[in-house]
Design a binder for this molecule. Structure first.
Ligand SMILES: [Zn+2]
Ligand SMILES: [Zn+2]
Length: 89
């Protein structure tokens, strides 16, 4: 089974939606540092990131408390192991 199989499916979609909604669809990391986008607006979150990696905590895959709403940029920083390459989850 491909490694990213966890991420596919309705369950993950619902989890992601809940995480983003809880954050008001804004990047939690940017908000913490008061960063704004180029238009001077709060930065929108596009990715729901797992705080505890799924490889180690598969039981937390759909735990909203294990999710953080992030923008693409902040999310890439959370995954230096991927060489800064965009990874959606
Ligand atoms: Zn951000
Ligand atoms: Zn992530």
């Amino acid at each position: 089974m491909p490694h990213d199989a966890h991420y596919v499916g309705a369950k993950h979609k619902r989890w992601r939606e809940k995480v983003l909604r809880r954050a008001g669809y804004l990047c939690e990391e940017c908000r913490r540092y008061g960063r704004l986008d180029k238009d001077g607006l709060p930065v929108a979150a596009t990715v729901a990131h797992h705080i505890k990696p799924l490889d180690e905590y598969p039981e937390l895959a759909y735990d909203v408390d294990n999710g953080r709403a992030l923008c693409e940029k902040c999310h890439n920083k959370e995954h230096p192991e991927k060489g800064g390459k965009a990874r959606r989850y």
